[in-house]
Design a protein around this ligand. Structure first.
Ligand code: AP5
Ligand code: ZN
Length: 216
């Protein structure tokens, strides 16, 4: 199964993708995570992407398409949850071609419907485990034992550089201008399923699980 989680920054794509990955044995492919890894490793790609990401703009299509193609080639064959890709029509068309070449199909595009006001609060409250990357929130998803990661027990946490209110506003602008057209693109292909992303994390998860059960 291949599915896309589509939604603005802070919609909960990463949170839900990790839950689905653990439960259904699919592989989460997050272009944001891949780009942050490239920045941390100081690769040519990372150096090119760093300033663009810090501004909250989109990285050029050919760079992210290259990353996804490479990861699909190394794929486990279990199917993928695309988190943060595609983000432009050009990326969506490239994805169609990549899946075609591999004799695979796209099963569902889950649109996570949220309102912009909630997103700034979600993003500025977000932090993650420095060791395993598990995601948390100051209010909505605190570690079960204060100061300790639920998944690996580590005690160091980090916040993303682009999670300031100013950069979140630019990321939202990029979403509305460049990514939102994908909703009609996938609606026209009969692949779009909308879920209410304003519900709590467990309810959103249940709504997505229902879609996945229906399409599989
Ligand atoms: P990326 O890393 O993809 O960031 P994003 O799309 O801005 O999404 P986020 O990771 O901020 O949000 P999310 O939807 O995953 O929310 P989360 O689950 O963490 O991209 C970063 C940058 O990389 C881009 O700006 C761009 O420069 C570049 N880039 C990446 N992909 C690209 C591409 N394809 N093309 C071009 N450039 C690309 O949740 C947020 C918080 O809310 C968490 O703390 C969570 O605990 C909490 N939360 C989640 N769900 C709920 C809920 N239902 N109720 C309450 N709280 C919740
Ligand atoms: Zn951890």
């Amino acid at each position: 199964m291949n599915l896309i989680l589509l939604g603005p920054p802070g919609a909960g794509k990463g949170t839900q993708a990790s839950m689905i990955e653990e439960e259904r044995g699919l592989e989460q492919l997050s272009t944001g995570d891949m780009l942050r890894a490239a920045v941390a490793a100081g690769t040519d790609l990372g150096q090119e992407a760093e300033k663009i990401m810090a501004r909250g703009d989109l990285v050029p299509d050919e760079l992210v398409i290259g990353l996804i193609a490479e990861r699909m080639d190394q794929g486990t064959g279990k199917g993928t949850i695309l988190d943060g890709f595609p983000r432009t029509i050009a990326q969506a068309e490239a994805l169609d071609a990549l899946l075609d070449e591999r004799g695979e199909k796209l099963d569902a595009v889950i649109e996570m419907e949220v309102n912009d006001d909630a997103l700034v609060e979600r993003i500025t409250g977000r932090f993650s485990c420095a060791q395993c990357g598990a995601g948390y929130h100051d209010v909505y998803k605190r570690p079960k034992v204060a100061g300790e990661c639920d998944r690996c027990g580590a005690t160091e946490f980090v916040r993303r550089k682009d999670d300031t209110e100013e950069v979140v506003r630019s990321r939202l602008k990029a979403y509305h201008e460049q990514t939102k057209p994908l909703i009609d693109f996938y609606k026209n292909k009969g692949r779009l399923y909308a879920v209410d992303g304003m519900a709590d994390i467990a309810e959103v998860h249940d709504a997505i699980a229902k879609v996945l059960d229906d399409v599989s």
